[in-house]
Write a protein of this length. Structure first.
Lengths: 112, 114
């Protein structure tokens, strides 16, 4: 079964607005990662947050992690039409080696 | 640095044929991962390999699927006697040995079984 579940499944916003996506997971993690996938393309790594971190920023991206609730959120500020894509959270579960399990994804549409 | 290279981009096979998907990891990356993605779904883990070793194949179907990462050359995902249900996008990712860097993905191979 999938380790991560994203919410919402789909999100449609106007350009300039902020977009927030949430991810919940089931087992303890080493780190949590967010990826973007444009239609028909490969995934692009956006940001990684370790289990001992609570918040991380990268440009217009802000990621939070709450290990007590087993949840994370991705905030994209001042969205652009080019941000239209599917966004996946992925968990690297604690253990002897890195193994990343992907969630179901949030499909974001930014309307110009 | 060319990143992760997958080929072919598109592959059409008739039922019963073999499909061979290739993946060259990013320079300096020794870990390779294969994932399968069905339309409108997330990625499902298939197998994790290091050079000449299969580390975790818990996501690989028990029959018809095999993977290798030889000492020289690309990683190969082989699907024998393909069926319609094998139609999907197959993505390869690579990472350096140490944890905490995330994956670099290739553009994928879209397999269509007719």
């Amino acid at each position: 079964s999938q380790q991560g579940e994203e919410d919402p499944q789909a999100l449609s916003i106007q350009e300039g607005e902020n977009a927030t996506m949430n991810c919940s997971y089931k087992t303890s993690i080493n780190n949590l990662q967010w990826y973007r996938q444009n239609s028909g393309r490969g995934l692009v790594h956006l940001i990684l947050i370790r289990s001992n971190e609570r918040e991380k920023h990268s440009g217009r991206l802000r990621v939070t992690l709450d290990t007590s609730k087993k949840s994370s959120s991705l905030l994209i500020t001042a969205s652009r039409a080019a941000d239209t894509a599917s966004y996946f959270c992925a968990t690297d579960t604690s253990g002897g080696y890195q193994k990343v399990t992907f969630g179901t994804g949030t499909k974001l549409q930014v309307i110009p | 640095n060319a990143g992760v290279m997958q080929n072919p981009r598109h592959l059409v096979r008739r039922r019963g044929q073999e499909a061979r998907l290739r993946c060259s990891p990013m320079k300096g990356h020794s870990h390779v991962y294969w994932y399968r993605q069905l339309p409108e779904e997330g990625l499902k883990f298939m197998v994790y390999l290091q050079k000449e070793n299969i580390i975790d194949e818990s996501g690989m179907p028990k029959e018809r699927f095999s993977a290798e990462f030889p000492k020289e050359g690309p990683s190969i995902l082989r699907i024998q006697q393909v069926v319609r249900g094998d139609s999907a996008a197959y993505f390869c990712a690579s990472s350096p040995p140490d944890r905490g860097h995330g994956y670099t993905f290739g553009s994928g191979t879209r397999l269509t079984v007719v």
